[in-house]
Design a protein around this ligand. Structure first.
Ligand code: SAM
Ligand code: SF4
Length: 330
């Protein structure tokens, strides 16, 4: 089959597909959604398992996708997850998952058997009360158990994602890193981005990558790690001479849009060429009205061609996307 790369006008080629499997979630992280949750997508709008797999297959077989990461919302609340993972793995691509870890203790082994390669688990604090303050749920224990199960199941190296909120958990950055290293997990801090449903983000409140580095350097010696960064968003540092490392993802203060190789598919079948895109391309409607694989691939190529050079968060004309991170797929 002929392969058409997902190229844009700036010479970037997308090979890394992020697929949101649901916009629903069992946590309510402050930086992501309001306490009462959101108006979830109507069930009939969410792609079926077969529809997800059809689009992923088109991405892999016709458009050069080499890596597929499932996310959400919370992907572990999606019933068909294990089957979707197995069918994706069978396409011969790297398959991974970004999850909050709730329920991972129960599913890690089945996911590994289905061919899942790796997991990224979000954890913003190792203190139960702070975890509950950030996520509005007292579920730290489930996450910790999920992490252990993932490691036991061979879904490693297990990566941790943490977002720091000023005055809430920023002071705990070093202890979170210490805990991660002790358990053999690779921690990465992510700058808070303007993607919350409540539009509460402010540049001044955000804990910047430089601040995160300084917070960690109060207790550790960090040195830039030598591995080439490529399109990986995390700036990697060795901790106290290594081999342990920590990543800092400066999405806002040092954007890496020029190296971006990502494309996103929302749970309701819309292609987004960027987290911050203001346009989407509707593959679901096309698919449900009978479009062929070739037609869907063509639409996808067109959607990518219009990708902007950068997210422009620092631009005075920046507008937050209409959909929050949980609906786009983080
Ligand atoms: N529910 C899963 C989880 O939390 O890992 C997957 C979806 S979540 C939207 C994916 C990642 O986005 C998480 O690591 C989360 O911490 C991060 N995230 C959510 N809102 C964010 C924001 N406003 N800024 C930066 N990262 C954010
Ligand atoms: Fe749920 Fe993930 Fe958003 Fe937290 S960051 S509310 S776990 S989707």
């Amino acid at each position: 089959m002929e392969m058409t790369p997902l190229a844009d006008r700036f010479g970037r080629v997308a090979t890394d597909l992020r697929v949101s499997l649901t916009d629903r979630c069992n946590l309510r992280c402050e930086y992501c959604m309001p306490a009462e949750g959101l108006d979830w997508l109507p069930t009939e709008d969410v792609l079926s398992d077969d529809e997800v797999v059809r689009l992923v297959t088109i991405g892999v077989e016709r458009l050069g996708i080499r890596e597929v990461r499932f996310t959400g919302g919370e992907p572990l609340v999606r019933r068909g997850l294990v089957g979707i993972v197995a069918r994706t793995h069978a396409l011969g691509v790297e398959t991974s998952l970004t999850t909050n870890g709730l329920g991972l203790a129960r599913t890690a082994a089945a996911l590994a058997d289905a061919g899942l390669d790796r997991v990224n688990v979000s954890i913003d604090s190792i203190r139960p009360e702070t975890f509950a303050a950030v996520t509005r749920r007292d579920r730290l224990r489930d996450v910790v158990e999920g992490l252990a199960a993932a490691q036991d199941a061979g879904l490693g190296p297990v990566k941790l994602n943490a977002v720091l909120l000023r005055g809430v958990n920023d002071g705990q950055a070093p202890e979170l890193l210490r805990w991660a290293i002790e358990h053999g997990y690779q921690l990465r801090f992510i700058e808070q981005m303007p993607l919350d449903a409540q539009h509460g983000w402010s540049r001044a409140e955000m804990v910047t990558a430089d601040e995160i580095q300084r917070l960690l350097e109060k207790e550790f010696v960090l040195e830039p790690a030598e591995e080439p960064r490529g399109s990986a968003p995390a700036e990697l540092f060795t901790v106290d001479g290594g081999p342990a490392t920590v990543g800092i993802i400066a999405s806002v203060s040092r954007p890496f849009c020029g190296d971006c190789d990502r494309v996103r598919l929302t749970a309701d079948g819309q292609v987004r060429n960027c987290l911050f895109a203001r346009e989407e391309s509707d593959l679901r409607a096309a698919m449900r009205s009978g479009a062929s694989d070739e037609e869907l691939a063509q639409r996808w190529v067109t959607a990518m061609a219009g990708k902007r050079a950068g997210h422009g968060i620092d631009d005075p004309t920046f507008l937050q996307p209409d959909r929050p991170m949980s609906a786009i797929g983080g």
